[in-house]
Design a protein around this ligand. Structure first.
Ligand code: 5GP
Ligand code: MN
Length: 335
């Protein structure tokens, strides 16, 4: 958490006359959108306006969230987003640890912005910002927003909109309260959010029961050819661009697919390789169990990073070449 000195400085920065922007990472997920909108609604309760800017579009299953329609998507509104970041007095950097993680467009804007920058994030090895609240032991940035609100002493301001957004972020980033860093504190916070009006049945139905037929067909395709290597410890899944096109792929359609690899008895690591729809690279998702560290594995070999048990990466070969290199790299690993 920020020191009490920092909290009092931050309090002084949260005034209606300041231009405040909240930015999150490229390909925003439930936690990115949940923490950003949760913070926006909280600031609004304090009489302070803030713009949420995301680098690119976010999945349909998050569009129901209160305030989602007001989010500025930099890919579609370059001028508005660029000017807002350029003119900002204060920028909250949520759910990512380094400006390049917000993409080629927004990343350089953040580097140039003269605003005071406040980072709240749970990824490893954050870059330097004016104020940093970084904690890798917290399962979701949305939970950190709750701790931040507590530190400001304003839990009384949490309303239903804030609670619904923060609950969504915590639910999605903990895989439905299942992943390792889900703690008693997480459950206490979630209980508190429910008391403040968060609606678990509505949220999970809106966020999770959103399969499209095309997504299920894609899932059937990749489950049908899942490969298990390294004595059953590593599961490999993959998708090609032509297949994405054939099934009418939409953003978010492959969300969570990698977890099926990890659900196989005995697997320690799951890797999902997907050709990018537009550019010539392979987007990789890694998931792991227990102390198998896919963050460091991805940093070392696949130009990525993330968390110990959930990381991503990028690779600039064909999908066949990427999977071949992956198989070679895991031979040297002690999974
Ligand atoms: P996902 O597999 O869901 O895309 O990403 C899993 C985790 O890894 C997320 O927390 C995400 O922030 C992180 N991550 C994904 N791709 C990259 C990447 O290319 N670089 C880094 N540093 N982290 C990534
Ligand atoms: Mn997160």
């Amino acid at each position: 958490m920020f020191t009490s000195q920092e909290i009092s400085e931050i309090k002084k920065l949260l005034t209606p006359d300041r231009r405040i922007v909240i930015v999150t990472h490229y390909n925003p997920d439930g936690d990115a959108i949940g923490s950003s909108l949760g913070l926006k609604h909280f600031l609004s309760q304090n009489g302070v306006d803030a713009d949420v800017i995301v680098p690119n579009d976010f999945p349909k299953f998050l569009k129901w969230m209160p305030g989602a329609k007001k989010i500025i998507i930099a890919d579609y509104k370059r001028k508005v987003a660029g000017e807002a970041i350029y003119n900002a007095d204060l920028i909250f950097i949520l759910d990512f640890n380094a400006s390049h993680r917000s993409g080629n467009l927004v990343g350089p804007w953040l580097d140039k912005a003269r605003a005071v920058k406040i980072l709240i994030d749970h990824h490893q090895q954050p870059d330097d910002f004016d104020y940093i609240y970084s904690d890798v032991s917290v399962p979701a940035t949305s939970q950190m927003i709750c701790h931040f609100i507590e530190a400001l002493g304003r839990e009384d301001l949490i309303n239903k909109d804030i609670a619904d957004c923060l609950y969504t972020g915590i639910m999605t980033d903990t895989g439905g309260f299942r992943f390792r860093s889900t703690s008693a504190t997480t459950h206490r916070i979630v209980a508190n959010l429910i008391e403040k009006g968060a609606d678990p049945a509505m949220i999970s139905s809106n966020t999770l029961d959103t399969n499209t037929v095309s997504r299920l067909h894609l899932l059937a395709l990749i489950l049908g050819r899942i490969e298990v290597v390294k004595d059953g410890k590593v599961a490999i899944l993959w998708l090609k661009r032509d297949e994405l096109k054939e099934f009418g792929f939409q953003k978010g359609d492959t969300e969570g697919f990698v977890n099926y690899g990890l659900s196989i008895m005995g697997t320690r690591v799951a890797a999902f390789f997907m050709e990018d729809l537009y550019d010539d690279f392979i987007k990789i998702s890694f998931r792991s169990k227990d102390d198998v560290d896919v963050n460091s594995f991805s940093r070392r070999y696949f130009n990525g990073g993330g968390h110990i048990n959930a990381a991503g990466g990028k690779y600039y070969k064909t999908i066949e070449g990427t999977i071949e290199d992956f198989k070679e790299k895991i031979e040297g690993e002690d999974f």
